[in-house]
Ligand binder design. Structure first.
Ligand code: CUA
Length: 309
């Protein structure tokens, strides 16, 4: 990670290269106009200096062409900067590719807790394969944190009460800094870690090497049973709670007539605040599970629900 003096962090994604290109363009543009202004101040000061005591300056009426030029040229430049910046932003924070590998991240004062679908857990470290899109689903147990990997040029806040997502595709193996980029208390500056980008084969070896014997989904199933969810969400007709098989990603008709997609946010809300979006045809019997399950556990249940097809 320590490579001596560097103007910018390493470029470990394709996005990083594009972000830097825009950055250099902005610096170049500013430098060009700064130097042009310095130069013109100097030239005008010399050229139009007062040459004698009784010299009166010549009155100059407006010059339309000049006015137009210094209005239109900056306008075009600003539009280019806006268009370039906006399209890069949308690209960086667009939806991840369909085949992206999912990893779950929970921020907590003051560490990053990472869960892989195959069951591996790590703290302040994130192992990923090179050349593979990775989608992060992130939550926080307490305050706002911000997940920041400078070498990838991506950063996203992790906000209480909701999931945020981030995706990237590393193009270079190596070890990169991971920071919390949102002041989150006394030890904010210690909420750091590393991202380890490995060759796919090596990554597979790492995955199987630190096997805990329990996948995220099976950990979720255990929680599901501990909390007794299956009592009402039974797999029989006429059960007290709606069926959960095939629920993830499907459309749900609500009692108030709305239709919502059963995504992670919906499922999370329905576990913690079951009355918020009552499913059509069911009574508001479900108790809240607020305080009985933490964000890491919710993500495990989420992984389990996704397997019910
Ligand atoms: Cu977490 Cu700063």
């Amino acid at each position: 990670m320590d490579k001596g003096f560097q103007l910018l962090p390493e470029q470990a994604t394709r996005l990083a290269v594009e972000v830097d290109l825009l950055y250099y363009f902005l610096v170049g543009l500013s430098l060009f106009f700064s130097l042009l202004i310095f130069f013109l101040i100097y030239v005008f000061a010399v050229r139009y200096r007062r040459r004698s005591e009784d010299e009166a300056p010549m009155q100059i009426p407006g010059l339309l062409k000049l006015e137009l030029a210094w209005t239109v040229i900056p306008f075009i430049l600003v539009v280019i900067v806006f268009w370039w910046g906006a399209s890069l932003y949308f690209k960086a924070y667009s939806a991840p590719p369909k085949d992206a590998m999912e990893i779950y991240v929970v921020g907590k004062q003051w560490m990053w807790y990472v869960q892989h679908p195959s069951g591996q857990r790590e703290i302040n470290q994130l192992h990923v394969p090179v050349g593979q899109a990775v989608k992060l689903t992130m939550a926080t147990e307490d305050v706002i944190h911000s997940f920041y990997i400078p070498a990838f040029r991506i950063k996203k806040d992790v906000v209480p009460g909701r999931y945020t997502h981030l995706w990237f595709e590393a193009t270079k193996t190596g070890v990169y800094h991971l920071f919390c980029a949102e002041y989150c208390g006394t030890k904010h500056s210690e909420m750091i870690g590393s991202v380890v980008v490995m060759e796919p084969a090596e990554f597979e070896k790492w995955l199987s090497g630190s096997e805990s014997g329990e996948t995220l989904a099976s950990a979720g199933e255990k929680k599901f049973n501990q909390l007794g969810c299956g009592t009402c969400h039974a797999r029989v007709p006429g059960a007290r709670g709606p069926a959960l098989v095939g629920l993830f990603g499907s459309s749900v008709k609500l009692a108030d007539g709305r239709t919502v997609v059963a995504d992670e946010a919906y499922l999370r809300e329905s576990i913690l605040n079951p009355g918020a979006k009552l499913v059509a045809g069911y009574n508001p019997l479900m108790p809240t599970f607020q305080g009985q399950i933490n964000e890491a556990g919710l993500l495990q249940i989420m992984a389990y629900l996704k397997t019910l097809k």
